[in-house]
Write a protein that binds this ligand. Sequence first.
Ligand code: RTP
Ligand code: MG
Length: 143
Amino acid sequence: MALERTLSIIKPDAVAKNLVGAIYTRFESAGLRIVAAKMMHLSKEQAEGFYAEHKERPFFGALVEFMTSGPIVVQVLEGEDAVLKNREIMGATNPAEALAGTLRADYAETIDENAVHGSDAVESAAREIAYFFSDEEICPRTR
Ligand code: RTP
Ligand code: MG
């Protein structure tokens, strides 16, 4: 087990459905700690930069349009095996394939509007955290 950090986004569909608190409760109940958080409304450039790895994929334009369609809530989650644990809490990319009890099974309608993002590896987590947060904006536990 390793203490890790991962980047999580509550996407525009879930923010619009007023699910921020419900989703935070899932993270906290699983032992993940919120050590940084902010609400943002991404510009096209910010969304394109964040998802640059997907820029050649056929869904890229729709993904950027969706991610800029409304406010999001971005957080850094910290805990034992946080990257994998968050992916388990989220469930499969396609909500139709997500296990019962996962965020995407419970709160997402389609693969295009799937409620949450989570980093897929420790390396991508470090890059994604730095994309949204300066070191000073991350507030580790002190007590
Ligand atoms: P995310 O990055 O948002 O956490 O999702 P993920 O790792 O589960 O999936 P990824 O492959 O990184 O894809 C990023 C987002 O692009 C949309 N997508 N659409 N229509 C499609 O086939 C398709 N595939 C991916 C999803 O919204 C996915 O979350
Ligand atoms: Mg991904």
